[in-house]
Design a protein around this ligand. Structure first.
Ligand SMILES: [Zn+2]
Length: 321
């Protein structure tokens, strides 16, 4: 099978060193199998996306030495396919209207999980309304559509993490397929886009592991193929916090503007991926050394002296264990 992978950043902020590492691994993994990789900008949330970030994303990837097949695409270009998928889910009664606000969902979630952002929707509106129009008339609010999550566990083999099992009840629940203003939501867009673009391999950071649940449910319902999933450890700062898109000092744009040699960054990233010290290299020069099996399974923690050493063209000291 011909491997087709993808970079799928959302242009809601600047790419940082965490994106660089995940994209580099995705690129190596696709090319090492003789496959190709696409660039798709996930720009459905128009209020948070900007052309400026989209441009920066292209420049950052080019600066790093990563290439992609053909022209980049934008998720917002495929709204007809997304509409058709939504119509199908509606006509088969696989979704239901939900008029809950975000804070109502939070409040309804049992106390032990209240601070857990990934806590699942408690099913408040399931079975309450017969149609979107009725939900809106009765509640006087706009309604989102949520997918009726299946009962059975989802089991699959992750290309790096091995056997994974997700429980709909505790891991993802009835997830939204549209926002309350009617726009297609993340899981639907990703599932439809991946199928439409012939994506066979999805390599992304492991904070997205539970999104396999909703995506597998949608793929099964819509008759879409399931790609091979590979979830790689995230990059964390020296305080073991996940990198925010706002941590501008660690953005690729800031590094580029500070005159960092991208080959030094690739040297460090290669080292962090278990490929050893390859010296200053381009992604392509490092490709022969790449093996997914060499990738450490623990998070990649940036050492304190990451930026200063990188700017000096040196390999940062080993991260504290
Ligand atoms: Zn609801």
């Amino acid at each position: 099978m011909n491997v087709v992978s993808r970079f799928a950043p959302s242009p809601t902020g600047l790419l940082h060193v965490g994106h660089a590492r995940t994209f580099l691994i995705a690129w190596w993994n696709a090319l090492s199998q003789g496959g190709s990789i696409l660039l798709r900008l996930e720009d459905l949330d128009r209020s948070r996306c900007s052309a400026e970030y989209s441009d920066a994303c292209h420049r950052d990837l080019e600066w790093l030495g990563l290439t992609w097949d053909g022209k980049s695409s934008h998720q917002s270009e495929r709204s007809d396919e997304l509409r058709a998928a939504l119509e199908e889910l509606l006509s088969r009664e696989m979704v239901f209207p939900c008029v809950c606000t975000r804070s109502e969902v939070q409040a309804a979630i049992a106390a032990p999980h209240a601070e857990d952002a990934s806590a699942v929707y408690p099913g408040t509106c399931r079975g309450l309304f017969s149609s979107l129009a009725e939900a809106q008339r009765v509640s006087g609010r706009e309604a989102a559509l949520r997918f009726k999550c299946p009962e059975e566990e989802l089991r699959f083999k992750d290309g790096l993490l091995g056997d994974i099992s997700l429980s709909p009840k505790s891991d993802f629940g009835d997830f939204p397929v549209t926002s309350r203003d009617g726009h297609p939501a993340y899981h639907l867009a990703v599932s439809v886009d991946d199928a439409s673009q012939g994506v066979t391999e999805v390599l992304r950071a492991d904070d997205l592991l539970t999104s396999c649940g909703p995506q597998a449910a949608l793929q099964a319902s819509l008759g879409l193929p399931r790609p091979n999933w590979i979830h790689v450890p995230m990059v964390m700062d020296s305080n073991r916090q996940r990198l925010a898109k706002r941590s501008d000092a660690l953005s690729l744009q800031a590094m580029r503007e500070a005159g960092v040699d991208p080959k030094i960054l690739v040297r460090w990233l290669s080292h962090s991926c278990g490929l050893g010290d390859l010296g200053a290299v381009t992604p392509r020069e490092a490709l022969p050394s790449y093996e997914l099996a060499k990738l450490p399974l623990q998070p990649c923690v940036l050492p304190h002296d990451f930026l200063s050493k990188l700017c000096a063209g040196e390999l940062p000291s080993k991260s504290p264990a």
